[in-house]
Design a binder for this molecule. Structure first.
Ligand code: SF4
Length: 460
């Protein structure tokens, strides 16, 4: 969600006449789009800001703006900790950034603007997309759930859904622009439609994506086990361009912990969804999110998480140590788990998941896969298979990012597969054409290709 918001922030700045700073030059503006979901993200922002303090002293006209969830949460605190910041803007008013920067310049004082509810749906703002062939499309923002560990509803507000017409016309425009893969985004995509009273809206949306000529791959994130309905599984199975991959957050394998997390489903429900998905789409891969060390987690609860991970056989799991977020109910719970135990369980889970992922990847040995190429460096290429596996291979000269490669897998590791270079067949796509066009444009005007990052703007 934040990556997509960054594209909107960059797009709004583009529209206001800003250009990306070329590598090695001093930028006139640095924007941080922040995350607040884990404590580490807070610490990182303040670390980056102190790193920038000397640069700001040397070049006082350089502006620094902080947006995103941490800005929404900390508001004035950011200026107390880093008084040289020029603009603080929230998650609901990303499009105001150019006006706030201008006002800060004219009035020569910092501007803070945090709105409590959404001003414009982010997708209505212009975007500078990171990839010319793959795009995010948000279908909803906010969340109506109340998971006790999560700060998102407090910062992103209640769920707001976009109309299907608006979403589909954005997708058609993206496809006309060379995009061949989209990822539908929402905090809880299965609740899509709650705003306008249609429980089947998400499945209908997937089927409607299947009708879009030229759209090769459709993905979505994140679903929620509570709202996941059979019609979504049918739509996934019956819509050719919806990829056979499901990222379904589990969080814990213990019913007691799920209850304490207020996750509103139990392990049996999770298990039954996975088994229905596997029946309907046998080739589907399943990935997940797991939190380790939630308050009250006993060794038996943790073991239950290890067990369900083995049972499901996740291709990958994003595992996180529980991070106490002030203002959330879990932060007030008395039975917090000592850091040392959390760290030890995290290591065990990590090791366990690696074995499961490797086993899952090994099933592909000797099989043919279709890879959407996302990166090429010399002859080394990487991309994602239809079921979301990372594949590396040696690419022939004609390969471009955005093209498809058909190849046979010759080696499997926990986190990636290696393709047999003798087997590679390149299928050029409009995505590859879009990539080539963007590359030559970037080369001719000296503007770098992707999104600016702290590394690429090189503040001194
Ligand atoms: S479903 Fe739960 S974890 Fe996900 S955004 Fe909503 S409150 Fe947070």
């Amino acid at each position: 969600m934040n990556v997509h918001d960054s594209e909107r922030i960059a797009g709004s700045l583009d529209a206001a006449g800003y250009l990306p700073a070329a590598p090695g030059t001093d930028p006139d503006l640095i924007v941080f789009n922040t995350c607040a979901v884990r404590e580490n993200a807070d610490n990182k922002l303040y670390g980056h800001l102190s790193f920038l303090a000397p640069a700001k002293k040397l070049r006082p006209d350089m502006q620094i703006a902080i947006g995103g969830c941490l800005a929404q949460k900390d508001q004035g605190l950011i200026l107390m900790k880093a008084p040289y910041v020029d603009v603080v803007f929230g998650t609901h008013n990303m499009g105001s950034l150019p006006a706030l920067l201008e006002r800060a310049r004219v009035e020569k004082r910092a501007q803070i603007e945090i709105k409590e509810s959404l001003e414009h749906f982010p997708s209505t703002l212009p975007a500078r997309r990171h990839s010319p062939f793959s795009a995010w499309v948000s279908i909803s923002v906010g969340c109506n759930n109340t998971c006790t560990f999560c700060i998102v509803p407090a910062l992103r507000g209640r769920e707001k859904d976009r109309s299907a017409d608006e979403i589909l016309s954005e997708i058609r425009a993206l496809v006309a622009d060379g995009v061949i893969e989209i990822t539908l985004l929402g905090q809880n995509v299965n609740a899509y439609g709650v705003d306008f009273g249609d429980r089947r809206a998400f499945a209908k949306l997937l089927r409607a994506c299947g009708q879009i000529e030229g759209l090769e791959r459709v993905r979505f994130m994140s679903p929620h086990p509570r709202d996941f309905t059979d019609d979504v599984i049918d739509a996934m199975a019956e819509t050719k361009n919806v990829m056979p991959h499901l990222h379904m957050p589990l969080q814990s394998g213990s019913d007691q912990i799920l209850a304490a997390m207020r996750r509103s489903y139990r392990v049996d429900r999770y298990r039954s969804i996975i088994s229905k998905v596997r029946n309907a789409i046998p080739q589907a891969s399943i990935t997940t999110d797991v939190i380790v060390g939630f308050p009250g987690e006993s060794e038996a609860d943790f073991q239950a998480t290890l067990d369900i991970c083995s049972e499901v056989g996740f291709l990958a799991a994003y595992s996180f140590k529980y991070s106490k977020r002030p203002g959330t109910p879990a932060a007030e719970m008395e039975n917090q788990i000592p850091g040392q135990i959390v760290a030890e369980r995290y290591e065990r889970l990590h090791e366990h998941l690696n074995q499961i992922s490797k086993r899952d990847n090994c099933q592909l040995l000797g099989k043919g896969v279709e890879v959407l190429i996302t990166d090429i460096d010399g002859r080394s290429a990487s991309g994602k298979s239809r079921d979301f596996r990372l594949v590396h291979f040696a690419a022939p000269d004609e390969a471009r990012s955005g093209d498809f490669a058909e190849l046979t897998i010759k080696e499997a590791q926990a986190h990636f597969l290696i393709g047999d270079s003798q087997s590679v067949n390149i299928r050029p796509t409009r995505g590859g054409d879009a990539f080539s066009a963007r590359k030559s444009e970037a080369e001719s005007n000296g503007v770098m290709l992707g999104m600016p990052t702290l590394k690429s703007v090189h503040p001194r």
